[in-house]
Write a protein that binds this ligand. Structure first.
Ligand code: HEM
Length: 409
C-alpha cells in the first residue's frame, strides 16, 4: 500500500490532473476510498456503493450553502447579497421539509409529461443549429451546438425569447463562477453577484408580464401555481426556481453533449456503431453519462456523525461524492474505462440518486438521444481539431469550454 497519498490530494488548478483524473480516482477507490483531502478540507468518496449510499443517507445534508453564508463576515455577506438570497431558495441546497415542498410544487408542472412534450422543439432546435453550421468544416462543437441546444430548449420551455440567448449564456456562465469554479479569483464573487442580480431582475420582469398576460409556457404555469396555492411559493422562490431551471437546464447538458462527443471520438468503433444504428441512442446516452458525466461531484454536509472505512465523519464535515469516480468503479462495472454502448448492469449515478435525483433528467436524456444521432447523421466525418483540451478547473462541472472539431458532410 502506498504510504504517501499526496497525489490523491485533489489539485483543481492542475491542468494535467483535470485532463485525465481517472487514474487517480482508481487509486483513491483502491487505496483510500474515504479520503480526507486537506486541500478541499473535506472527505472524498469514490466507490460506487459508498456514493450511492451517501446519496440515500438522510444523515448527509444538502443544506450546505446556508452554513457557509452564515460563516462569512457581514461585509462579505453584503457583497453577495443576491447570491445568498436566491441560491438559498434552490431546492438542490435544501433538506426536507423545504426541499420536499419546493420539489413537489415545481414537479407538478415540470414533469416527465411536459418534458417529453418538448420532443418536436428539441428536434427543431437541433436541426436549426446544424443547418446554421452549413458547409463550414471548422466547428467549435460547444459554441455551435452543445452550448446553445440545451439553453434554447429550456428557454423555449420557460418562455424566454430566443434573442436573449447571448445574455442568458453570459449571465449563467458568470453565475457558474460562484458555484463551480475552484480558481482563486478574488473578483469571481463580484462577477457572480452582478450576474445573479441581473438574472433575478430579468425573471422578475417576465413574471410580472405573465401575471397580466399568461402564455402557454412553463413560466406562466409556475406563476399560476403560486397564485393558486397562495403562500406556497414566494416571489423569491419563484425567481430562484426559474434561475435554477435555466441554469441547471443547460450547463450540465451542454457538458454531457460535449463530453459525449469527446468520448465517442476516443472510441471510433462505438461511434461507428451509433452512426449505423441510431436505435442505440438511448443506451448510448446512458453509457456516455457513465463514462464521463458532466456533474463530477455533489457535495453534502454530515448531519449525523458516522463511520466509513475506519474513518469518523463528524457532524459539520463536508463530503464530496465523486460521481464520475463511482461510475468507473470496477466493483460495479467490468472494464469500466472502456466505452461500451451495449453495456448493461447497475444504473449510473450521473444524475445523482435518491431525494435530490436530477429533476430534469427526462429532458436531459431526450436532448442527448436527439442530439447524438443527428450530429452523426449530418457529419459523416468528425475529427478532433484540438491539440489539448482545456477541462474546467472544477469538481462540480466536468466539461470543456471549447471543442474544436473538423467535420465533413
Ligand atoms: C446531462 C444533464 C444533467 C445532469 C448530468 C444532471 C445532474 C444532476 C445531479 C447530479 C443532480 C443532483 C445534485 C445533488 O444531489 O446535489 C441534479 C439535480 C437537479 N437537476 Fe440536473 N442534471 C442534468 C440536466 C438537468 C436539466 C436539463 C434540468 C432542468 C431543466 C435539471 C434540473 C435539476 C434540478 C432542478 C435539480 C435539483 C433537484 C433536487 O434538488 O431535488 N438538470 N442534476
Amino acid at each position: 500500500m502506498a504510504a504517501v497519498l499526496n497525489p490523491l490530494d485533489y489539485r483543481p488548478e492542475d491542468a494535467a490532473f483535470n485532463a485525465d483524473p481517472f487514474p487517480l480516482y482508481r487509486r483513491m477507490r483502491d487505496e483510500d476510498p474515504c479520503h480526507w483531502s486537506p486541500r478541499l478540507k473535506a472527505w472524498v468518496l469514490t466507490r460506487y456503493d459508498d456514493v450511492r449510499r451517501a446519496c440515500l443517507d438522510a444523515g448527509m445534508s444538502s443544506d450546505r450553502l446556508r452554513p457557509f453564508f452564515a460563516s462569512m463576515p457581514t461585509p462579505e455577506q453584503e457583497r453577495i447579497r443576491d447570491i445568498i438570497r436566491y441560491l438559498s431558495a434552490w431546492m438542490v441546497f435544501r433538506d426536507p421539509p423545504d426541499h420536499t415542498r419546493l420539489r413537489k410544487l415545481t414537479a407538478s408542472v415540470f414533469n416527465v409529461k411536459s418534458m417529453h412534450a418538448m420532443r418536436p422543439d428539441v428536434e427543431e432546435i437541433a436541426d436549426w443549429l446544424l443547418q446554421r453550421i452549413g458547409e463550414r468544416t471548422q466547428v467549435d462543437f460547444i459554441a455551435d451546438f452543445a452550448g446553445p441546444l440545451p439553453a434554447l430548449v429550456i428557454m423555449r420551455m420557460l418562455g424566454v425569447p430566443r434573442e436573449d440567448l447571448e445574455k442568458v449564456k453570459t449571465l449563467s456562465d458568470r453565475m457558474a463562477l460562484f458555484i463551480g469554479s475552484s480558481r482563486a479569483n478574488p473578483e469571481k464573487y463580484d462577477i457572480a453577484e452582478a450576474a445573479t442580480h441581473e438574472m433575478a431582475e430579468f425573471f422578475r420582469a417576465m413574471i410580472a408580464a405573465r401575471r397580466t398576460q399568461p402564455r402557454a409556457d412553463l413560466l406562466s404555469q409556475l406563476v399560476n401555481l403560486r397564485d393558486e396555492t397562495e403562500g406556497q411559493l414566494s416571489e423569491d422562490e419563484l425567481i430562484a426556481t426559474c434561475i435554477l431551471l435555466l441554469f441547471a437546464g443547460h450547463e450540465t447538458t451542454t457538458n454531457h453533449i460535449g463530453n459525449g462527443l469527446v468520448a465517442l471520438l476516443g472510441f471510433p468503433g462505438e461511434m461507428a456503431r451509433l452512426r449505423a444504428d441510431p436505435g442505440l441512442a438511448a443506451a448510448a446516452v446512458e453509457e456516455l453519462l457513465r463514462y464521463e458525466g458532466p456533474s463530477g461531484a455533489q457535495v453534502r454536509v454530515v448531519a449525523q456523525a458516522t463511520e466509513l472505512h475506519g474513518k469518523t465523519l463528524r457532524a459539520g464535515d463536508r463530503v464530496f461524492l465523486l460521481l464520475n469516480a463511482a461510475n468507473r468503479d470496477e466493483r460495479a462495472y467490468p472494464d469500466p474505462d472502456r466505452l461500451d454502448l451495449s453495456r448493461d448492469g447497475v444504473p449510473h449515478l450521473a444524475f445523482g440518486f435518491g431525494t435530490h435525483i436530477c429533476l430534469g433528467f427526462p429532458l436531459a436524456r431526450l436532448e442527448g438521444q436527439i442530439a447524438f444521432p443527428r450530429v452523426l447523421d449530418r457529419f459523416r466525418r468528425i475529427e478532433p481539431a484540438w491539440t489539448r483540451l482545456n477541462w474546467f478547473d472544477s469538481m462540480v462541472f466536468r466539461g470543456v469550454s471549447t471543442l474544436p472539431i473538423e467535420v465533413a458532410r
